[in-house]
Design a protein around this ligand. Structure first.
Ligand code: CO8
Length: 259
């Protein structure tokens, strides 16, 4: 697929996907969603990619779904657009690799929802968050009503969605919407450093941990514990478990192969 809205770069196992349509502040329309789906589908099976960084070009991460595009939609078109977006975001959330959002600027509406589908969110001090949909006469439509309360709690999520107010990066950090806030010039360096730290571990164990966390948060604790128990025992059938433990005993760095 020809990528008109994404810049994709791979370097030593880290794949950076940059949404690159700064004229519309990287707003999401059907074409951008299709490109995101294509790239995340290909990353899933790409053995050269261990970890993904998602970011935006210019002053926005993503300023939301494309309002000019949505304005012309009827109810059936809106349903399809919402479902297509939700499907792509779920693919990102359940990817077998860690996805870190490097939030360089506005992350509003669908943009805030996109960051929430990522595993880890690092924001620049210039980032601004919010779910302004009710001011446009719509609800959040890319799963914001579902993920925001799971991340920041019910009361805060309701306040953010009902007021539609923008939230600065430091407030986003305070309420647990982002993991860390850094100066704009340090954003990519910080995100790459976290990516490298994760990459130095067993990617099999990291992927299993992601799956257990994602599944566990959606279920009762007994089912979650049983799932973790199964996945924990599966690790003992891997080379990485043998290598990781041998390396510790032999006092040397582990050389993981992800198998
Ligand atoms: N859609 C389309 N175009 C946009 C969007 C957007 N979301 N955001 C900005 N743009 C465009 C502007 O129209 C402008 O275009 P032009 O230069 O042609 O006039 C250009 O980007 C630059 O924007 P501004 O001049 O407004 O830049 P400012 O720095 O003054 O303001 C803001 C930046 C505050 C981010 C402002 O642009 C803004 O408020 N944007 C809209 C934010 C918003 O409301 N986002 C939520 C959209 S709704 C949504 O995301 C729903 C998701 C679920 C959809 C499910 C569908 C079924």
């Amino acid at each position: 697929m020809e990528l008109k809205n994404l810049l994709v770069e791979k370097n030593e196992g880290i794949c950076t996907v940059k949404i690159n349509n700064p004229k519309s502040l990287n707003a999401l329309n059907a074409e951008v969603l299709a490109e995101l789906e294509y790239i995340f589908d290909s990353i899933k099976d790409d053995k050269e990619v261990d970890i993904v960084i998602l970011t935006g070009e210019g002053k926005a991460f993503v300023a939301g779904a494309d309002i000019a595009y949505m304005k012309e939609l009827d109810a059936a078109g809106a349903k399809k657009f919402g479902e297509d977006g939700a499907k792509v975001f779920r693919k990102i959330e359940t990817l077998n690799k860690v996805v870190i959002a490097a939030i360089n600027g506005f992350a509003l509406g669908g943009g805030c929802e996109l960051t929430m589908a990522c595993d880890i969110r690092i924001a620049s001090t210039k980032a601004k968050f919010g779910q302004p949909e009710v001011g446009l006469g719509i609800t959040p439509g890319f799963s914001g009503t579902q993920r925001l309360p799971r991340i920041v709690g019910l009361g805060k999520a309701k306040e953010i969605i009902f007021t539609g107010s923008h939230i600065k990066a430091d407030e986003a950090y305070r309420i647990g919407l982002v993991n860390k806030v850094v100066e704009p010039e340090n954003l990519m360096e910080e995100v790459i450093s976290i990516a490298q730290k994760i990459k130095s571990n067993s990617k099999l164990a990291v992927a299993y941990s992601k799956e257990a966390i994602n599944r566990g948060i959606e279920t009762d604790i007994e089912t979650g514990i049983a799932y973790e128990s199964n996945i924990f025992s599966l690790c003992f059938a891997s080379e990485d478990q043998k290598e990781g433990m041998s390396a510790f005993i032999e006092k040397r760095p582990a050389n993981f192969k992800g198998i």
